[in-house]
Design a protein around this ligand. Structure first.
Ligand SMILES: [Mg+2]
Length: 179
């Protein structure tokens, strides 16, 4: 079965260093883009998914040596793209095995998606209760190691300034949270 890939244009193929700018395709290709597209075309049917005019993008790609077509030149609206000989340029998101996009947030769960897109809200939602204190895990690890060391010998000679700083940070954290 032929697998299909959807590829974003701006920021993935077109370098897009100034953003939308004047609406033209003004920039250079992303480093490695053309080689990458050619390699992927050997394995996948590829369509370029863009919010731009499909014809504008198809012409730019053709100018750089790619066989292209736009959706309305074929038999629109199509359900699948399975042609490996040319790049389809379309404004529609067709079914694909994967989508290559510089602004994608990979979905695994709503919890992680919200944590990435609304970090402030996620932090508030998981805020600690009155009887809890948030501490850096590295500091806590250090403090536990130190406590073990002291428990096992009369004098712990391995205490470093970093250890002491970590303990002080923990104590400061506990103090300020309890105030
Ligand atoms: Mg993009």
């Amino acid at each position: 079965m032929i697998k299909t890939l959807g590829v974003d244009f701006d920021g993935v193929i077109h370098r897009y260093s100034k953003g939308w700018f004047d609406g033209t395709i003004y920039d250079e290709p992303m480093p490695g883009a053309f080689n990458g597209l050619r390699l992927l075309m050997q394995r996948y049917a590829m369509f370029i998914h863009t919010a731009r005019s499909a014809r504008q993008v198809a012409e730019w790609l053709a100018k750089h040596g790619f066989e292209t077509c736009v959706e309305d030149e074929i038999h629109a609206p199509m359900k699948f793209w399975t042609d490996r000989d040319r790049l389809l340029v379309t404004n529609r998101k067709l079914p694909a095995t994967a989508y290559l996009d510089d602004r994608a947030v990979k979905f695994t769960s709503w919890e992680l998606a919200l944590a990435e897109l609304l970090p402030k809200a996620a932090k508030e939602a998981s805020s600690v209760g009155d009887d809890q204190v948030l501490v850096p895990v590295e500091d806590l690890r250090r403090a536990v190691q130190l406590a073990r060391c002291h428990a096992e010998s009369f004098s712990c000679t391995t205490t470093t300034t970093e250890d002491l700083a970590a303990v002080q940070r923990l104590l400061g954290q506990v103090g300020s949270e309890k105030r």
